[in-house]
Design a protein around this ligand. Structure first.
Ligand code: ZN
Length: 273
């Protein structure tokens, strides 16, 4: 029985190694996606064509010719109302890195044409529209007007920022007013709607562009589907509040795969800029 005698005592248990958490991702279609492969393919599900949200740095690489001048990065949110719920607004703001906001603005070029590009960032408090977002986008519109170049706003937002109350809602009219002045002077505005574009952004600058482009299968709407269903007591159509549905109804001009985004914008600039 000597073979049965344990030579080493206190053998460690639980030596099984866990796989890293960020190696796989499950798409809403049920497909399990290998993250390095997903990232190499513009974060698009190869099975159902769903476009996963990506960072403003990644969008910059996709849309602009090269890394460009970052604008207004000194503008950041402050807690004007002393908002407190489970977590105070101040505590939430402390957890985000310096100089980060729910929108990043750049002065750059697309196929050697100067543009001002604003990219919203859903990871910053749901891409919500605080006063700093309103100020940065308004300044970006003014700069586009000064430089006599088009402005492009890539939307990715849950809507208003509840921690700023009515001040957040005021940003709708503030940005819309700047866009109206820009448009009256003949400026070209292109908006790109990505997953998700909802609430106040859809109700204002998301839908006010000369040319509105959307990524495939993006959720785009004002109120949530459950609220609409309960209010109207009606069944909602298939693909309700998706890019494809809104294109069919005439709200959106093109639904464009992320891989072809730069090319499509460039074609619009060829014709209209
Ligand atoms: Zn999928």
């Amino acid at each position: 029985m000597s073979w049965f005698t344990r030579k080493k005592q206190n053998i460690e248990k639980n030596t099984k190694k866990d796989l890293p958490n960020d190696l796989w991702r499950k798409c809403s279609c049920g497909e399990i996606l290998y993250n390095p492969e997903l990232e190499a393919s513009f974060s698009i599900c190869h099975h159902c064509n769903f476009h996963f949200p990506i960072t403003s740095e990644q969008y910059q690489d996709i849309i602009l010719d090269k890394k460009s001048e970052s604008l207004f990065s000194d503008i950041s949110s402050i807690d004007m109302l002393g908002f407190k719920a489970n977590k105070s607004y101040e505590e939430i703001l402390e957890t985000v890195p310096n100089n980060k906001e729910a929108v990043d603005c750049f002065l750059g070029e697309i196929e050697k044409r100067k543009v001002v590009l604003c990219i919203m960032n859903f990871k910053f408090i749901g891409g919500s529209m605080g006063s700093a977002v309103g100020e940065k986008i308004s300044k970006a519109i003014n700069l586009a007007s000064e430089k006599n170049c088009p402005i492009i706003i890539l939307c990715q937002s849950g809507g208003a920022r509840m921690q700023e109350g009515a001040l957040s809602l005021m940003q709708l009219s503030k940005i819309s007013t700047h866009l109206a002045k820009f448009s009256n002077k003949g400026g070209l505005y292109i908006s790109i709607l990505t997953y998700p574009t909802t609430g106040g952004v859809t109700a204002s600058f998301g839908m006010q562009a000369d040319v509105t482009i959307a990524e495939p299968k993006a959720l785009i709407g004002f109120a949530g589907q459950r609220v609409i269903k309960q209010t109207t007591s009606q069944e909602l159509p298939d693909h309700f509040q998706t890019s494809e549905f809104l294109k069919e109804k005439g709200f959106i001009d093109f639904v464009v795969n992320r891989k072809n985004l730069k090319n499509s914008i460039s074609k619009v600039l060829d014709v209209l800029a």
